[in-house]
Ligand binder design. Structure first.
Ligand code: I3S
Length: 130
């Protein structure tokens, strides 16, 4: 259901609630605005929703009800790094996409962020080889 929901031919690799802020858009620096986001990693992109999907309802029903992604970025060629130097928060990841969109992902759970780091690295490396 999820690939259809995302209108994306790739499978969902991982999803979860993270704290997120954009820090640049098209190479232009933005003021931080941390907030929770439901983040979905597919085989080629990272998709941000304002809310997590309801666990009872079907995902397709949720999509029909008009829950659209707030934003999404193409991970092809993206750079992934620790965000340690960019935030006072702990467990921060920094992602920069080819068009110069940059954002930070953060979780209070160290293992959660480490798992996201690994999943993102796997997807980004796989895209390089395609
Ligand atoms: O990198 P910065 O500018 O120190 O980031 C902090 C600020 O964006 C701050 O907002 P204001 O400058 O509008 O008050 C945020 O509230 C902080 O969360 C930002 O720092 P952290 O270390 O949380 O990423």
């Amino acid at each position: 259901a999820l690939p259809q929901l995302l209108d994306d031919p790739h499978v969902e690799e991982r999803s979860g609630l993270l704290n997120m802020t954009k820090i640049a858009q098209g190479g232009r620096k933005l003021r931080k605005n941390w907030g929770p986001a439901w983040v979905v990693l597919t085989g080629s992109s990272l998709v941000f929703y304002r809310e997590r999907p309801p666990q009872s309802a079907s995902l397709q029903g949720w999509a029909r009800a008009g829950s659209r992604p707030e934003s999404s970025v193409d991970l092809r060629g993206a750079a992934l790094a620790s965000g340690r130097q960019l935030s006072s928060r702990r467990n921060v990841l920094h992602i920069r996409t080819v068009p110069g969109h940059e954002f930070l992902l953060q979780s209070d759970e160290e293992t959660e962020l480490r798992d996201w780091h690994r999943a993102l690295r796997t997807v980004i490396e796989r895209l390089v080889r395609r």
